[in-house]
Design a protein around this ligand. Structure first.
Ligand code: HEM
Length: 330
């Protein structure tokens, strides 16, 4: 699981997660990132086009059960939804056997950094200055000077429209993976969950007025009227595309295939929902899907495991009341 990302200064998963924890107050029992969220459930049905690309059984055409989680970016489990630039979808396809597939997708189309070391440097640059309680702008400028591609992400964060719902947001794998077909041929791919629901961008006034928990309320309203859907759109890399660097998007002209449709029918609070105790490790993959050599993927798997073990331990020791409470904790 280290995939070569240890070494040099020996950056380890505990160090990465320690640095994330050091940037804010402790929230025992909660995820160390994307802490605020809800559990969801539904099904996924693959297409023949998906089946042609990968032998994963989820593409068989039969519906497979899905357990999932929507969240907002950031470590605060009580954060206001109208300050959440990043929206996320985590999914577990299939039952408890070798065909299970987990993934954690984000609304940003590319990542801010190319390596786990750069992610760690970025975390350190965001550390609040004890004097002001805010990150030191000079530290962030120093980070950006040595990691210029992170400016592209900041530009996205400043300019991309804010959707008004988890249900009409597109979520992206960001990292590349390998799909393996029945002949054993491999293709490097990224994928997105493309919503069927029409996008409605929030303007500044609507965002200002929005309730702190509007995303969960909106989802319940929509689900009370019927299921919500996304197409799984797989993008195939062409020769020479950057497949090991999630900060570099591929050209928009790449071949795309609709590999299946996700249908969600149910949502419930994470405190009591099944998704609370799941680690949506992006390297839990079925046969027919394999990791790329992107070092961020290996680092994510190791860091999620750290975060998962810490939060489960806190809950087991009775320190995770807010994370397991049935009453709203705001
Ligand atoms: C080195 C880079 C990264 C690190 C260290 C990192 C770290 C973390 C950690 C510690 C968690 C909490 C896990 C848990 O307790 O279950 C998390 C959650 C999450 N991360 Fe990352 N992350 C990284 C990159 C990414 C990227 C590139 C994506 C893009 C798709 C992403 C998407 C998510 C999502 C969607 C969740 C929430 C999963 C859930 O609902 O359980 N992360 N991340």
């Amino acid at each position: 699981w280290t995939a070569g990302w240890l070494g040099g200064e020996r950056l380890t998963a505990p160090r990465v997660v320690n640095a994330m924890e050091a940037n804010g107050p402790a929230h025992p029992g909660f995820r160390r990132n994307h802490a605020k969220g809800v559990c969801v459930a539904g099904t996924f049905r693959g297409t023949e086009q998906g089946q042609a690309l990968s032998t994963a059984t989820v593409f068989s055409g039969e519906p497979v059960p899905v357990l999932g989680r929507f969240s907002i970016g950031g470590p605060n489990p009580h954060g206001a939804d109208n300050s959440a630039r990043v929206r996320s979808m985590a999914l577990q396809f299939g039952g408890p056997d070798a065909s299970q597939w987990r993934m954690a997708l984000n609304s940003f189309p590319f990542f801010a950094v190319a390596t786990p070391q750069a992610f760690h440097q970025q975390t350190l640059a965001k550390r609040p200055d004890p004097a002001t309680g805010k990150p030191d702008p000079a530290a962030m400028e120093g980070f950006l000077a040595t990691h210029p591609q992170a400016r592209k992400f900041r530009q996205w964060a400043k300019t991309a429209p804010w959707s008004d719902s988890w249900a009409n947001t597109q979520y992206n794998s960001v990292n590349a993976f390998r799909f393996i077909d029945a002949d054993g041929s491999e293709r490097l791919v990224r994928w997105s969950m493309r919503p069927h629901a029409a996008v409605h961008p929030l303007d500044a006034a609507e965002r200002e007025r929005a309730d702190a928990d509007f995303l969960a309320a909106d989802l319940q309203t929509r689900l009370a009227q019927g299921s919500v859907h996304w197409d799984m759109v797989v993008t195939l890399a062409a020769a020479g595309d950057p497949v090991n660097d999630p900060s570099r998007p591929w050209p928009g002209t790449r071949e795309q295939v609709v590999a299946g449709t996700l249908t969600l029918v149910h949502a419930e609070p994470q405190a009591t929902g099944e998704c609370r105790d799941v680690n949506f490790d992006p390297l839990i993959l079925p046969s027919g899907v394999a990791a790329s050599d992107d070092p961020i993927l290996a680092a994510r798997s190791a860091a999620y495991s750290q975060s998962f073990n810490r939060r489960q331990r806190e809950i087991a020791l009775g320190r995770g009341d807010a994370a397991t409470a049935t009453e709203p904790t705001r």
